[in-house]
Structure formats: structure tokens, C-alpha cells
Design a protein around this ligand. Structure first.
Ligand SMILES: *Cc1c(COP(=O)(O)O)cnc(C)c1O
Length: 220
């Protein structure tokens, strides 16, 4: 299938799923597998939110597509020493996974940076992110950082999760997000949920995702 056929397919599925939930979901196109020309084709087919997971590729794509109107997401683990190179070019950062990183972002940012706290809901050892218990401790500290705005939570399900396990992980992320939002801490609105990828985006939307991150599905 062509990129535009894939886009039409995904957007139709998202629209149908949204009708069931009654909430809006933004589709983010993950372009880490492809070059700038294919990323351009994705934008021209209607996906205007674009994500990369590595600083160098992020900056490279952004430069090559600077003539297009794009909302830029950085989704991968960010090393503290690279924060200064990239953070002021990012519209949304999805992988805030340590308090030290939050301090570094606050220090280097020229304006308020929209961030998702990455949470490890599944407890998988290989996954980055705060455990639900750690969140209670770090939230008051993060809320003191005026340039870090916690717009929501981001989570990743294990690739081998069953349908039931997926539902459970997405539901846990949703209840955590709502519990944090209800605390109404300064700089922590936490109204959004970034979860769901090519394999599980429809299920994620049914469980409350407001951003889905889709890569491979667009490029095959
Ligand atoms: C690569 C990647 C995605 C997209 O994964 P696909 O399965 O290709 O849709 C989503 N989120 C993160 C953090 C990624 O690194």
C-alpha cells in the first residue's frame, strides 16, 4: 500500500474508534524508520504531527522539512547532555523519565516545554519510566519547575502483551492520569494520554488515549 492509502486507512479507523469513545485523538506519525522524503509524503498525506526518537534524526528531519507546518514530538529516551541541543525545538517531549532530566529541561528551556511523564505501568524491567509509586514522590518536585509543563502521561505496553493485558495496562495509565489531574498541582494539568502504536492504537483509543504514536503501519 502507498503512504496515502495507509494514512487514509488509519485515519478512518481512528475516526470510527473516536465515535465510540466521544473523545478526540491526535495521530502522531513516527518517522524514525524512513528518510525525509518519505516523512514529507506522510505530512502531505495529512499527518501533521511528526515524531522522532533520536536527537540527531529529529534535528535533521526538522531542518529538511522546515518549509512544512508540523507539530514536532520527541518520543525517545533523551540523554541529559543532549537536552540543550534539542529541547527548544520540540513541541511535545514524551519521555520524561527522571527527576534529573526534568531539572535539566527546566534549566535549558527558553519557554515552557510540554512534557509527558513516561510511566512503566507494566513493571517490565526493560522499560523506562517512573513506577506508579515513584510518581507520588516526584510530582511535587516537578511542579516547582516553571518551564516543565506536564501535559499528560506516556506509556508503552510490552510487545507480547495479550489483549487482556493491554487493556489492563491502558486502564491503569488512564486512572493514574486522572488521579494526577485531580490533584491540580501547578504546571501539571495532566489531561493527556500518549499510548498506542501500530499494533494496538485502536485499543489504546478505546481505553482513553488522546495521542497515538504510529510508525510502521504507515510505511508498508
Ligand atoms: C518506534 C516507536 C513508536 C512507533 O512504533 P510502531 O510500532 O512502528 O508504530 C511509538 N513510540 C515509540 C516510543 C517508538 O520508539
Amino acid at each position: 500500500m502507498t503512504i496515502s492509502e495507509n494514512v487514509a486507512d488509519v485515519l478512518t479507523n481512528v475516526a470510527n474508534t473516536e465515535t465510540q469513545t466521544g473523545h478526540k485523538t491526535t495521530v502522531i506519525g513516527v518517522t524514525k524508520y524512513v528518510d525525509a522524503d518519505q516523512a514529507r509524503a506522510l505530512v502531505e498525506a495529512g499527518i501533521t504531527h511528526i515524531a522522532e526518537n533520536r536527537t540527531e534524526l529529529f534535528l535533521d528531519k526538522q531542518e529538511k522539512l522546515s518549509d512544512l507546518s508540523i507539530t514536532w514530538h520527541l518520543i525517545g529516551t533523551l540523554q541529559r547532555r543532549k537536552v540543550k541541543d534539542v529541547i527548544n525545538r520540540v513541541d511535545y517531549f514524551h519521555a520524561l523519565d527522571s527527576i534529573k532530566l526534568a531539572h535539566e529541561i527546566d534549566k535549558r528551556a527558553n519557554h515552557v516545554i510540554k512534557c509527558f511523564l513516561q510511566v512503566n505501568v507494566s513493571g517490565e524491567a526493560s522499560k523506562h519510566g517512573f513506577s506508579p509509586d515513584e510518581l507520588a514522590v516526584v510530582l511535587p518536585e516537578i511542579s516547582n519547575l516553571s518551564k516543565v509543563e506536564i501535559v499528560g502521561l506516556m506509556t508503552m505496553a510490552p510487545i507480547d502483551a495479550s489483549e487482556a493485558e493491554l487493556g489492563d495496562i491502558f486502564d491503569k495509565a488512564k486512572s493514574l492520569q486522572m488521579a494526577i489531574a485531580s490533584q491540580a498541582l501547578p504546571h501539571i494539568p495532566c489531561t493527556e494520554l500518549s499510548m498506542g502504536m501500530s499494533q494496538d492504537y485502536q485499543q489504546a483509543i478505546l481505553h482513553g488515549a488522546t495521542f497515538v504514536r504510529i510508525g510502521s503501519k504507515f510505511f508498508k
